[in-house]
Design a binder for this molecule. Structure first.
Ligand code: FES
Length: 113
């Protein structure tokens, strides 16, 4: 495993003995039991979890405490799962959020035309 702080000066050491295997966008990754999907993906170098509905810009972890909804992914077919709050589990099939439909529109577009 890489990209993890294994011996934090304040927190308990991370137990690396329980490894789980999961997929993200059809690619296989390893994570640690009890860590979030977002943490497991970040530890594997994956920072883009979805793309903005309107602009298509990449989105990833922002608040990491469940407030911003920027980390939405699909888990085993269920859309809108917050990766920062959901523990990664063995065999999970995770897909990036993609461009979900939304009623939010950029009001500036109508002002310029
Ligand atoms: S990063 Fe903000 S809700 Fe997950």
């Amino acid at each position: 495993m890489t990209n993890r702080i294994l011996n934090h000066p304040v927190l308990d050491p991370i137990d690396e003995s329980e490894v789980v295997t999961f997929t993200f966008d059809n690619k296989e990754y390893k994570g640690l039991r009890h860590e979030s999907i977002a943490a497991a993906l970040l530890a594997n170098g994956v920072r883009t979890l979805r793309h903005h509905e309107e602009s298509g810009t990449p989105r990833g972890i922002y608040c990491n405490i469940g407030h911003c909804f920027e980390c939405r992914v699909s888990v085993n077919g269920e859309q809108g799962v917050r990766a920062c709050l959901t523990p990664v589990q063995e065999g999970m099939n995770i897909e990036s959020g993609g461009k979900l439909l939304t009623t939010v529109r950029d009001w500036r577009a109508s002002q310029n035309g």
